[in-house]
Design a protein. Structure first.
Length: 142
């Protein structure tokens, strides 16, 4: 909902999620700017308080999480990824955060996991595939 964005604090409140809890997360400046631009210039004029809307039967309806999942899956299929999902995006994000130095606790916070064990599963690297990647010989300069 639009009211869940605190523009001055740079945060967004997540409510009514799968975990049935409310969390306040940071809203990065670039994301906030993109969201503000969307709200000012792209979002249909509507009294509906949801941020993202679709028109259905002449009424503006909030976009559901299922619609987002389908959109992600279709986008993956368009680029040739047959087993692509929102879950795969979460896994990729977790791996990238760890690769770039984030702690497991920081990754857990971003993914909103209660257990670090769950985060460990998401952030698991594919060691067999990585071992097949050739690395430069030490001292070779490449």
């Amino acid at each position: 909902m639009i009211r869940d964005v605190d523009w001055h604090a740079g945060t967004v409140t997540l409510r009514g999620t799968k975990s049935l809890r409310q969390d306040i997360l940071p809203l990065p400046m670039e994301t906030g700017q993109a969201l503000a631009d969307y709200l000012q210039h792209e979002r249909p004029h509507s009294s509906n308080p949801a941020i993202f809307l679709r028109s259905q039967g002449g009424r503006d309806q909030p976009i559901t999480s299922m619609a987002i999942q389908k959109l992600i899956k279709r986008a993956g299929h368009r680029i040739g990824l047959m087993h692509f999902s929102a879950h795969a995006l979460r896994h990729t994000l977790a791996c990238r955060l760890v690769e770039n130095g984030s702690s497991l606790k920081e990754v857990a916070d971003v993914l909103r996991h209660r257990s670090l064990e769950t985060t460990r599963i998401y952030a698991k690297l594919d060691t067999p595939k990585l071992s097949a990647v050739p690395l430069p010989w030490p001292g070779s300069g490449s």
